[in-house]
Design a protein around this ligand. Structure first.
Ligand SMILES: [Zn+2]
Length: 468
């Protein structure tokens, strides 16, 4: 089966070109000058004239069906990966979880059991370590060597749940330095945050906005700084700060990078577009929709502006979603009258490609940088390149035909995520996902779904290509 995506502008991290993309089976086999294409007769032609042809999006941070705060994220691997496909994302990297006291490999097996046969697009795992001990350190080596899992997430927040102390963090970093893995860090000082939370609740400050007020930027910056220092002590262990939201934390990352350190970071669309006052501070319990950690930051400070700048300068390498949806009914409502009981998370896996394209329209990013931050760099950072993340011969035929002349209106009535609200209700994007191709198969065409559950394959990942 051959497919020709014809006449589009192919966008890659280093430039754009008008080219026809020839797909044979699951792979891209050639980029052709359009004048050559009449010589071939593909089985199917997709007209991409006037449109961009980009590599399928890679969302390097999702939490499908993740248990949290007495409930579970409302998207399953089935509903969540289908929604991702609608939004032009053809690969996710989700987080398998080792709970405190649990064997790492058992946690991984549980995630394979949840995902296998249910995904609409390709998927891979990072591993969350909730209990770093001697067995867990041995398991890190085994996962890197045998399981295609080359990145491990630790938490400086959530004492009693996922929290690692500095000694545990250092030991995991030393192990990662030796086996080539990346340490991913949730960088917030959770011990101090818990004190602020208890004090706020005791004062009767229970509305959702206090979720943000009790997680100040200074405590994100402090933890980021501490993680960078610990990684330095671990012989410059590669470190990746997840969901960075505060200018002060970005400064710490930029300083480390200026010194040539192996420090990387991502941000998420919610921190580029949404704020403490306008969303988290919405009247009544409405703000619960936007309770996530790290929290939304104040619009009176320069966070969003600085994050866009960080994306341009590469101090922020990637935009992921931290997709972790909870419905208002029965889930977010667990925190009625006490913000500390609101499940933390925002759903957005369907909208990342569009929301960051809006940054191109707004003059924040170049077209090339859009593709780099949503697809190419995630592939390189997490050992999926060049199988994924680039429109090039030999790569998987994961392609999105993106129409810059159409618009997308985001809302709960039209989205495909299993959520009873949208974090971006009414937002209009000057662009639209047209055709989505996953390993040579058209799975979305003009908003209609043609894929199927179970077609997505588990990807064993290699080491990051940013490191030697
Ligand atoms: Zn997360």
């Amino acid at each position: 089966m051959s497919l020709l995506v014809k006449g589009g502008t192919v966008v890659g991290p280093t430039g754009t070109q008008v080219a026809d993309v020839l797909v044979e089976g699951e792979k891209i086999v050639a980029l052709l000058d359009p004048s050559f294409s009449p010589a071939i007769s593909p089985d199917e032609v997709i007209d991409a004239a006037g449109k961009y042809v980009i590599p399928g999006g890679i969302d390097a941070h999702t939490h499908m069906e993740m248990p949290f705060g007495g409930t579970s994220a409302s998207d399953t691997f089935d509903t969540g990966t289908r929604a991702a496909a609608h939004g032009g994302t053809t690969t996710i990297i989700d987080f398998a979880i080792q709970r405190t006291g649990e064997v790492v490999q058992d946690g991984l097996a549980a995630w394979h059991a949840k995902s296998e046969g249910n995904c609409h697009i390709d998927y891979a795992f990072h591993m969350i370590l909730g209990g770093v001990d001697t067995d867990a350190l041995k398991a890190m080596d085994q996962l890197v060597a045998d399981e295609g899992i080359t990145s491990f997430k630790l938490f400086m927040a959530y004492p009693g749940v996922f929290y690692s102390d500095d000694g545990q963090i250092l030991r995991a970093m030393q192990t990662a330095r030796d086996n080539g893995a990346m340490i991913m860090m949730h960088a917030e000082n959770g011990i101090a945050i818990d004190v602020l939370v208890q004090q706020a609740v005791a004062r009767g400050e229970t509305d959702p906005i206090y979720h943000g007020i009790t997680r100040p930027a200074a405590l994100e910056a402090e933890a980021t700084n501490r993680a960078i220092a610990l990684a330095e002590v671990a012989r410059d262990c590669p470190l990746y700060i997840v969901h960075l939201s505060a200018s002060q934390a970005l400064e710490r990352v930029a300083e480390a990078r200026d010194k040539g350190r192996n420090v990387f970071a991502e941000t998420c669309p919610q921190y580029l577009y949404l704020t403490l006052e306008d969303q988290l501070g919405a009247p009544g319990f409405e703000g619960a929709k936007w309770v996530c950690s790290t929290p939304l930051r104040s619009k009176h400070e320069s966070h969003a502006k600085d994050l866009w700048k960080g994306l341009r300068s590469n101090d922020l390498a990637i935009v992921s979603t931290d997709h972790c949806p909870f419905c208002m009914k029965d889930q977010k409502e667990l925190g009625l009258g006490d913000f500390s009981k609101i499940p933390n998370g925002i759903g957005g896996v369907e909208h990342r490609v569009d929301l960051i394209y809006q940054g191109v329209v707004d003059g924040q990013l170049s077209l090339e940088r859009w593709v780099e931050t949503i697809a190419t760099t995630p592939a390189r950072m997490f050992g999926l390149y060049p199988q994924k993340g680039i429109v090039a011969p030999g790569s998987d035929a994961d392609l999105v035909v993106y129409d810059p002349n159409a618009t997308t209106r985001i809302g709960v009535e039209t989205h495909h995520m299993n959520m009873d609200y949208s974090a971006y209700e009414g937002v209009e994007i000057q662009g639209r996902v047209g055709t989505v191709i996953s390993r040579g198969e058209v799975i979305v065409a003009d908003g209609n779904y043609h894929g199927r559950k179970g077609r997505g394959k588990f990807l064993k990942r290699g080491l990051s290509s940013y490191l030697v």
